[in-house]
Design a protein around this ligand. Sequence first.
Ligand SMILES: NC(=O)c1ccc[n+]([C@@H]2O[C@H](COP(=O)([O-])OP(=O)(O)OC[C@H]3O[C@@H](n4cnc5c(N)ncnc54)[C@H](O)[C@@H]3O)[C@@H](O)[C@H]2O)c1
Length: 310
Amino acid sequence: MEDRKITVVGAGTMGRGIAQLLAQHYVNVHMVEQNQTILGEAKEKIRGQYEILREYEFITEHEMNEALGRISLSDSLQDAQNSWMVIEAIPEVLELKQTLFQTLEEFCGPATIFATNTSGLSINQISVQLMHRERFIGTHFFMPAAIIPLVEVIRGDETSNQVCDEVMQFFKKIHKEPVLIQKDIPGFIGNRIQHAMAREAISLLEEGIATAEEIDTVVRWSLGVRLLFTGPLEQRDLNGLDVHHHIASYLYKDLENRTEPSRLLSEKVQNGELGTKTGKGFYDWDKDSQAAALQMKNAQLLQLMKWIRK
Ligand SMILES: NC(=O)c1ccc[n+]([C@@H]2O[C@H](COP(=O)([O-])OP(=O)(O)OC[C@H]3O[C@@H](n4cnc5c(N)ncnc54)[C@H](O)[C@@H]3O)[C@@H](O)[C@H]2O)c1
């Protein structure tokens, strides 16, 4: 891995997590970020995440310092040249991503793999104006990227088999759980399922059926615990498909199926209630509870991963 350079564009939440993960696995990472404040803070924020890993004995202090030494930063896309792969983690706006990759084509040779961390935009549309669409692929990490094992690898219509193979092998080597998704559909698999559940949960809240705490408690302590061991389809086999069919016959017509974001969600966004980042979302957050929640969740996830790997 040490001979490989990967450029990560965007040093926000996901870009930092991806850089942290790669550097820990002996990859030389260059991060490109256009916002000087975010650029200036990126390495310290990554160090903070490594400190949690160190606390739970995932890495030693020496390994942490070595990993940090593999990360370089700049504000110039030109520095992406000679990369084996470029992973884009800039905002979820199609035109921004299209323009970015067109610029990158000026600096990188045709052998460099171009990957997008889009949550669900079309791989074909992001790459439509590129000259070398065969090297373009989706690599969708889940937050926190350095901890959650899965990466959805999405092939576009023109992505070559060789690029798919190389990317899949690379993720296996760095102990990720990659799944190759053969069809470029909106939201891929993870976000389709996540949003179906969130749409129902927000609808239950909007209808006043239960509070946010009650809805979260039901999901966490039933489906949440079970889902780690049996996926939704395997679980249906365990329950019995006849049982599922009976329930589906009366329940599906009652489930939320609106095709636009709900009134409650739209109002919250319009009022600036964006969650932890603004101090209010479905819950209220102050600076301490917000930092504690994020820190604690990462620590809990790490302990869980440690137990699973054993
Ligand atoms: N946040 C999540 O939970 C999550 C999970 C999976 C996928 N994603 C996807 O990952 C991508 C990034 O999300 P995020 O949450 O990290 O966003 P973010 O807003 O935290 O970070 C984006 C960063 O990109 C920088 N940027 C914008 N344009 C740039 C450019 N041209 N060159 C260099 N830097 C640029 C911004 O300054 C910002 O620091 C999005 O496509 C998002 O949908 C997010």
